[in-house]
Design a protein around this ligand. Structure first.
Ligand code: GUN
Length: 300
């Protein structure tokens, strides 16, 4: 293996440390405690794990954490009423509605109901438009975490060729906007892209966010490229015993690590950065709501 490992777990701990320092300052100097409300509808086990983890880490950095766990059959009207309450609650600076929502709820309408200033996911159409036009916005947490890892490892990204594989609203599209904002030459590849191997082979930076286990092999990668693996896929692992599973990314780690200059592992790469950036966004939202200077190094 030649690639250096980009340790997202350690970097995320550093970010949370900075957030905690800023939170302590807001309390001491302004009597302010940033507050994050997380709304979970239904009992999806993976979502329950994420939401618990968000609550724990929010409290750990000294912020107020509120979790609203709603029944799977909650009506759209009741969910919108809760969001309206949270929009008006001065102790809450960030609102996150865990996705996916049950099928009877309209995700677009729900996200649009969140006050854009409290939209710490950066999914509201206003924040999407602000990011696309290079204005101050709330930036989606996973791409923000990827950008922080890239800047930390590479320094300036200006002029680099970046290929983002995947065009989701949560990762692919905002990732491309952020890389463009840092003056990369950006290609968004997706399931209909022709000659994906050749497209990826041009890239100094590869961000894989497709949700297909180990899809990107080492022989697609330009030697020395920086590879960010956003995928978290659970696959069977018979070598660990009957019925056992393991987590893998969208990148074939073993072969890519032999060619790339740097790579994020799965787990322990991008995953921990997402929650750290959620906490960072909540502090940023709190500062903006109160007309205070934003923490440095915690926004795009
Ligand atoms: N589900 C999976 N990822 C995310 C995320 O970043 N935000 C929200 N709200 N739900 C998710």
């Amino acid at each position: 293996m030649s690639a250096s490992i980009l340790d997202g777990k350690a970097f995320a701990a550093t970010i949370r440390g900075k957030v905690a320092t800023h939170v302590a300052g807001l309390k001491a100097d302004h009597g302010l405690t940033p507050g994050l409300a997380v709304v979970l509808v239904g009992e999806d086990p993976a979502s329950q794990v994420y939401v618990r983890s968000k609550g724990k880490l929010t409290t750990e950095v000294g912020m107020k954490s509120v979790t609203h766990a709603l029944q799977a059959d909650t009506s759209q009207a009741d969910l919108l009423a809760l969001i309206d309450d949270l929009n008006g609650d001065e102790t809450i600076h960030g609102i996150l509605v865990q996705l996916p929502l049950p099928a009877h709820l309209n995700e677009d309408l729900v996200i649009t109901a969140i006050d854009p200033a409290k939209d710490v996911d950066g999914f509201h159409i206003s924040n999407v438009g602000l990011l696309a036009t290079g204005q101050k916005s709330m930036v989606p947490c996973t791409p923000l975490g990827c950008l922080m890892l890239l800047r930390d490892h590479l320094g300036a990204l200006s002029g680099l060729d970046a290929v983002v594989i995947g065009r989701s609203n949560i990762v692919g599209k905002p990732m491309a906007q952020l890389l463009l904002g840092d003056s990369c030459t950006v290609t968004i590849a997706h399931s209909r892209t022709r000659d994906l191997a050749q497209v990826v082979a041009r890239a100094d930076i590869v961000v894989a966010a497709v949700g297909r286990p180990e899809m990107v092999p080492g022989d697609w990668i330009k030697p020395g490229a920086t590879v960010i693996d956003v995928g978290i896929n659970r696959i069977d692992a018979p070598e660990k015993g009957t019925g056992k599973t393991r987590l893998v990314g969208d990148v074939d780690f073993a072969s890519v690590a032999g060619v790339a200059g740097a790579i994020t592992p799965v787990p322990g790469g991008v995953g921990p950065m997402t929650i750290a950036c959620l906490l960072a966004n909540t502090v940023t939202a709190c500062c903006r709501a109160n007309g205070l200077a934003e923490p440095k190094g915690l926004t795009a």
